[in-house]
Design a protein. Structure first.
Length: 530
């Protein structure tokens, strides 16, 4: 808290000082009055919604409040239970979930309806008056996104356990829907391994800001992190270490299911990545036959890139990939599988092209849609395949020429592993420093000349973990930048500007504190030390 001790005033200025004292008192009480009547439009929502219409009055959540859902809709019931559990932690109220159509007051109603004209599956509206909070959407995912807004309409302490009320929400209405269909974050669990609970906390953050994709970077030179039953040494040996020589680890298929279920409950699709043909030392060390010389290299615990490659002209390589993608597809309910394809500096270019073409066929054979880093555009892409732009504008343009849609992850803006500035204790800076304003101030649809909004599926912010070892480290790198990337993906361009965002973010700090998040308090957001 601010704790500035004023110097003792000189006698001659006493008169002036007592006047200013009253002026300050007056302003302070005016602010207070404004605070208590704070209307909806003064709340600091991130991402900013399409429209907010304030009204007079307020709804109060009390122990008499109940949550109502459409009769017999189990998905809605699950969401209602999620809301009830969330509210119980802080308020202590045990809000029942009811399955009736009729309510008159003390009601939070979650309603699926197609009468509100939403074309977007994640769109929702919230209407609040003294008696009812009504959240409406076409699809359950829209209701879920609306509940994330509801969280931010409540006092910040709603994020903390066992708090005192009152739990009031100002009256009015909100209409909201996303700008891009793909809004994601990536977590690299290969360079350093993170346990299921850490991944869940990451997912919770992603959900909080209405993102809908979690890209898991599951394999790299330093470790293979997903159990493949037909090739067990991948995890037994290839998962046994990490950057710096620590213990490593891996997800069993049951662990992976637990992650997917947790994400699905939040309407988040998990996208698994097996990076190839480069970034494969952990696999090459586990199975000598995947190397052209049949010799397994040692496990690797450094941070270099570009030195490993699958042997692209061996049949066993494709048998291996078929098995891996097959098992992964079977345990992945989502649409996409990411095949990496970046920085394959040890693969001959022609071999690389043939390799990606073949792997693409394998992905589609198993019923999934392929995503790869922007280098994959060197191959013959199917139109459905998605290209993740990270470094090369030429590659991005090449992908678009092949009618492949883009996920925008420009390293200079969207890489959450970049240091904020030269004093950041964690992170790299090969793509530059990414201060909070730098991360926010860009527009996916004008970032690369020649690429328009129609070419873009959405936005993703990756967190590579060469320097990141704990959930505390993760939080420091992603907060507050993650909230800005979420707003870039969700909110309308016309509503986005740094000044507005900066103020909302500053007011959002108390919510991050209530969420017990270890975040970077940037000078560009508030010049004084908070
Ligand atoms: C580049 S981004 C990589 C990763 C590193 C990252 C570190 C990309 C497709 N490849 O292998 O972890 O830089 O910032």
């Amino acid at each position: 808290m601010k704790n500035t001790i004023q110097p003792k005033p000189k006698d001659s200025s006493r008169y002036l000082i007592s006047i200013s004292f009253f002026v300050i008192l007056f302003i302070a009480s005016a602010c207070q009055a404004q605070l208590t009547s704070k209307d909806l439009s003064q709340l600091n929502l991130i991402p900013i919604p399409v429209a907010i219409t304030p009204d007079v009055g307020a709804f109060e959540i009390t122990d008499r409040t109940a949550i109502y859902v459409n009769k017999g809709d189990t998905q809605l019931e699950d969401i209602a239970n999620y809301l009830s559990e969330f509210l119980q932690k802080s308020t202590g109220f045990n809000l029942p979930v009811k399955n009736v159509d009729q309510f008159s007051k003390d009601a939070i109603s979650l309603e699926l309806t197609n009468s509100n004209g939403f074309k977007n599956p994640e769109g929702y509206s919230i209407n609040i008056n003294n008696d009812v909070i009504k959240i409406q959407a076409n699809e359950p995912q829209g209701i879920f996104r609306g509940i994330q807004t509801l969280r931010q309409l409540l006092p910040a302490r709603i994020e903390q356990e066992s708090q005192k009320g009152p739990w009031t929400i100002a009256s009015g209405s909100i209409l909201d829907y996303p700008q891009y269909e793909y809004r994601g974050a990536m977590l690299d669990v290969s360079r350093h391994f993170f346990a299921v609970d850490d991944v869940k906390r990451f997912i919770h953050f992603v959900a909080t800001y209405k993102m809908n994709k979690l890209h898991l970077h599951l394999s790299d030179d330093q470790g293979w992190r997903i159990e493949i039953k037909s090739w067990p040494k991948l995890t037994e040996y290839g998962g046994s270490t990490e950057v710096g020589g620590g213990e490593g680890g891996y997800f069993t298929q049951e662990d992976y299911k637990e992650i997917i279920d947790y994400a699905q409950e939040r309407y988040i699709e998990v996208i698994p990545e097996i990076d190839m043909p480069g970034h494969t030392n952990a696999a090459l060390a586990s199975y000598p036959e995947l190397n052209c010389n049949d010799e397994a290299p040692d496990l690797y615990t450094g941070t270099e890139v570009g030195f490993s490659s699958f042997c692209t002209d061996k049949e066993v390589t494709y048998k291996f990939i078929d098995d891996v993608i097959g098992e992964l597809a079977a345990i992945t309910p989502g649409k996409y599988i990411h095949i990496g394809g970046d920085e394959s500096h040890s693969t001959d270019k022609e071999d690389y092209i043939q390799f990606i073409n073949k792997v693409q066929d394998i992905v589609y054979k198993h019923g999934k849609t392929m995503i790869g880093w922007d280098e994959i555009q060197n191959a013959q892409l199917r139109k459905e395949s998605v290209t993740q732009f990270w470094a090369s504008e030429e590659n991005a343009l090449g992908a678009v020429k092949q009618e492949s849609k883009l996920i925008m992850s420009p390293a200079k803006k969207a890489y959450m592993d970049m240091q904020y500035d030269s004093n950041s204790p964690l992170g790299l800076h090969w793509a530059g420093y990414i201060e909070v304003d730098t991360g926010y101030n860009w527009n996916p649809s004008s970032y690369v000349k020649g690429i328009t909004k129609d070419d873009i599926l959405g936005v993703e912010a990756p967190l590579w973990t060469e320097t990141i070892q704990t959930i505390n480290d993760i939080e420091y790198m992603i907060f507050p930048r993650l909230a800005g990337f979420a707003e870039i993906g969700w909110s309308q361009d016309s509503l986005r500007n740094w000044e507005s965002y900066k103020n909302r973010l500053l007011n959002h700090y108390e919510r991050l504190e209530a969420m017990d998040v270890n975040f970077y308090k940037s000078k560009v957001v508030a010049s004084e030390k908070l």
